[in-house]
Design a protein around this ligand. Sequence first.
Ligand SMILES: Nc1ncnc2c1ncn2[C@@H]1O[C@H](COP(=O)(O)OP(=O)(O)OP(=O)(O)O)[C@@H](O)[C@H]1O
Length: 551
Amino acid sequence: MKAHSGEVGVFVRIRPTANFADDLIELNICHKRDSRKSHDSKKSQLSCWSFRLEGVLQDVSQEEFYARVCRRVVLGALDGYNGTVMCFGQTGAGKTYTITGSTESYKQRGIIPRALQEVFQEVEKRTEHAFSVYLSYLEIYNETLVDLLSPRRCSPHPSPHSMVVMEEPGRGVFIRGLSLHLVHSEEEALNLLFEGEMNRIIGSHALNRNSSRSHCIFTVHIESRSRTLSDAKYITSKLNLVDLAGSERLGKTGSEGQMLKEAVYINKSLSFLEQAILALADRRRDHVPFRQSKLTHALKDSLGGNCNTVLVANIYGEAAQIEETLSTLRFASRMRCVRTDPAVNEHMDPAHIKKLQKDIQRLKEELSICNKLANRPSISYESLSEAQLAEINNQVQRYLEGSLEEISIVSINQVQAVFAQFKLAVQKCVSGCFIFFPLKYLPLLPSSPPPKEEAFEVFKVGQGSKINCILKENKAVLLERRTLLRKLTDEVNAVKREIDCTTATIQQHKELRRDQGTPNVCIIKKTLKGSGRCFNLWIAALKVPMKWSLP
Ligand SMILES: Nc1ncnc2c1ncn2[C@@H]1O[C@H](COP(=O)(O)OP(=O)(O)OP(=O)(O)O)[C@@H](O)[C@H]1O
């Protein structure tokens, strides 16, 4: 169901009477602008008032009333929106009849039993969700909080003072000490409603034989969890059905003694309610006096805010009650100015969160054992702080600009952050946003694949710079060795030439000596070193006489 944001829904219900004051009360359904016009034109005539309301219901059945005014609030509560239906008006005008209904016939049952029926019918229909429904029934009598469903009610010393209106962030307003009752069916819920009704304080005066002497808040607390999604989210809502005590003119009701005291309390708390509504309706005011009375404090988050709120103004249609009717309608039109902004009450299940946290811890431990076994240095899996993210972004930016050679990475999350930044930079570039890329980094862009040689050059000055250095060093060593080898070859060739000459000379001597005597021969060992290797050359030479010379 879509939430109705904006104003509080305000409806008027007229108690049936044979003496409807047609000459005093005119029921008009006007276009908004026309209605304002008529209001302005009648300002000067003090005896005429015009009120703009969402609907006026006269002689409507309980069924039609529920369908037109309450159904959307009840269905909203099943969707997770808080809802409030509140009956306000003069004593005897039909508030209890509207909220609870008459026990005379099933047809005359009021909003509460119909809402309970609707809730359990919907619970049956919405099989994809598991619903929990709890009920509470609070009475505020002479500024005292009373639990109408308290299990301790029958005890000889029930303690009404142990209940307190509390506020907690995330929980809103609640009554500490008020009993909550889990109910599984409409029947169980109705039994509790009747039990609470029996405990209400009723008095009798001239205008109402069964006058409620207190304010009553019947609350249906709904919690729903998805059966199909196993997530930690769940929604809650409160449906408040409020039967306010009736305002009364003491002269008319003739209240005395205890009844008079009750009437004073009732009128005072209703006046505080009016003050709170005035403040809520005035957008310039930032303080709303909710704590002036138990009633306003208990209803703090049920009068506007994130709640679907409906006010039913119960009035008499008789001339004798015209003053009270005017006062009720004034309150109703003020209530219309209260802004609402209904929102679903979504929560995270603390037990589920705890379980997930435990799972994460266990997985981290397993991962750390795996890393140890795989001889990997300790890798951090912690998520990055704002400062760490900013540092990574800065490094990526400098890397892209060419002022940083390497991005230091020590964790998996940093790798992800770096990739995310690269992706962002590429996306910006592709989508036409200006970003500075030096020429050598352009090959990073998928839209312009570089030639191999160019890519190698980029590699040599970038990531491959170390390898390039080693390559250069090795080249220098090889060059040095080549020079040495050339020198050695020259030497060997010279020696060889020497040997050839010597051999030729020996040959000549041999031929000469063949007739003269024995030759003088020895072995010369010559060692040459070069390029880290030893070249041993064994050279046979002849010791020639000093007088011997090369040709
Ligand atoms: N719309 C209605 N149709 C039939 N009977 C009604 C209607 N409204 C009120 N009544 C009857 O009028 C009488 C007074 O109504 P009810 O007790 O609901 O008034 P009330 O506003 O709750 O008064 P109080 O503030 O004193 O408790 C009851 O007998 C009730 O049945």
